[in-house]
Design a binder for this molecule. Structure first.
Ligand SMILES: [Zn+2]
Length: 136
């Protein structure tokens, strides 16, 4: 499977981090970690931006994260117009910052900075895959 399976709107089929979709298919969210400097990346990067190295390893984004920030989107970009309103959020999973959508099951008034969330695979229409943050 290629990277074209990722997201509501696919922008590319080829990437050096295509395994990201394989993790999503298994219900897992993954980032990468540089074995030399220990920096962790999400979204996953194939190359460390600090070391001249491409030996990064895959790591799973597991457990609970804490919501750092969020914003409500009322005017979606091209391809997302029919999906508004939705909430974009940033959560900290033990030092790895994960940016993504917050579950639509959560009412706007229930969203609070500091609340615990977990990352889950979102199975979209047409066989597309993504992920979202859901309250714990
Ligand atoms: Zn590095």
């Amino acid at each position: 499977m290629g990277f074209e399976k990722f997201g509501r709107v696919s922008f590319t089929a080829q990437t050096k981090v295509g395994n990201f979709v394989d993790y999503l298919e298994k219900g897992e969210l993954a980032g990468t970690k540089c074995p030399k400097c220990g920096r962790k990346y999400f979204p996953p990067r194939a190359d460390c931006s600090w070391c001249p190295d491409s030996t990064v390893a895959w790591i799973k984004i597991e457990g609970t994260g804490k919501l750092v920030s969020f914003t409500r989107v009322h005017y979606g970009p091209t391809g997302f117009e029919d999906d508004v309103p939705y909430t974009l959020a940033l959560a900290d999973f033990n030092g790895v910052k994960v940016f993504g959508r917050l579950s639509k099951d959560l009412d706007e008034g229930q969203t609070k900075v500091g609340m615990e969330v977990k990352a889950v695979t979102a199975f979209l229409p047409g066989g597309q895959l993504s992920y979202e943050l859901v309250p714990v």
